[in-house]
Design a protein around this ligand. Structure first.
Ligand code: 5RP
Length: 227
């Protein structure tokens, strides 16, 4: 079977130049990219890496690659990450893992933010397949839940609890995680601001107008999509 995520990661490898600072997100496509960098990139030792994900950081460290913590950085040449779904404007939905806050911080530092994946990730417009994940300060949980219910009366809003099978229960920052399942996905521009403006919301998992490029692979080869 073709591994299109590996094909996309191979195309991404070609975007990395010597001496660059490279941010990496999470997931299986990014794991392929780390292995390719470690195994095939002649100038891997000249690169500096940072990651939003503990797992990816462990992988980088295990492959002997040089890591700098995000807190010590203000600029990256390029940030690569996967996503659950992205649209024609490269708005992306992310984060079963609840690490979207650091992912967004790294994306905002980068001169180029490149989304990677197989072609199943692309939808002309974001749809209601995936929830919006919201990281919330613990002391604001109830008021944020109430405000979300008022804003989105038709949505199903669930706080992650211990019986849940998939995804992180709390964020890497020790905050609460809530999933908002829409009937119909709202206009991304309004959604981005409406949710971000609720006091107590740390960050949500819609990456509105942040990506500069997407590389996806499928049965018709590799495609680069620009916003
Ligand atoms: C993390 C993500 C991942 O990048 C997303 O789940 C994609 O993973 P994969 O490359 O395994 O399909 O959004 O927040």
């Amino acid at each position: 079977m073709n591994d299109y995520k590996l094909t996309a990661a191979k195309a991404a490898l070609g975007l990395i130049g010597p001496n660059q600072s490279v941010g990496l997100g999470a997931g299986s496509t990014i794991a392929h990219l780390v292995n390719l960098i470690a195994g095939e990139c002649e100038y891997a030792a000249s690169l500096t890496f940072t990651s939003s994900s503990f797992k990816t950081t462990q992988l980088l460290s295990g492959r002997g690659l040089r890591i700098t913590p995000p807190a010590l950085l203000r600029q990256l040449d390029v940030y690569f990450d996967g996503c659950d779904q992205f649209d024609a404007e490269l708005n992306a939905l992310k984060s079963g893992g609840g690490i979207h806050t650091t992912e967004k911080i790294l994306a905002s530092m980068a001169d180029e933010f490149v989304l990677l994946g197989d072609e199943s990730k692309f939808a002309k417009q974001l749809n209601a397949t995936y929830p919006l994940v919201i990281e919330i300060l613990p002391q604001a949980l109830q008021i944020v839940l109430a405000k979300l219910a008022a804003l989105f009366p038709l949505a199903t809003i669930t706080q992650r609890i211990s019986t849940q099978k998939d995804g992180a229960l709390i964020s890497d920052n020790g905050n609460m995680l809530v999933d908002v399942y829409f009937n119909e996905f709202p206009a991304p521009e309004e959604l981005d601001i409406q949710v971000k403006m609720i006091p107590g919301v740390v960050e949500h998992s819609l990456f509105y107008h942040l990506a500069t490029k997407a590389i996806i692979a499928g049965e018709n080869g590799v495609k680069t999509i620009l916003p």
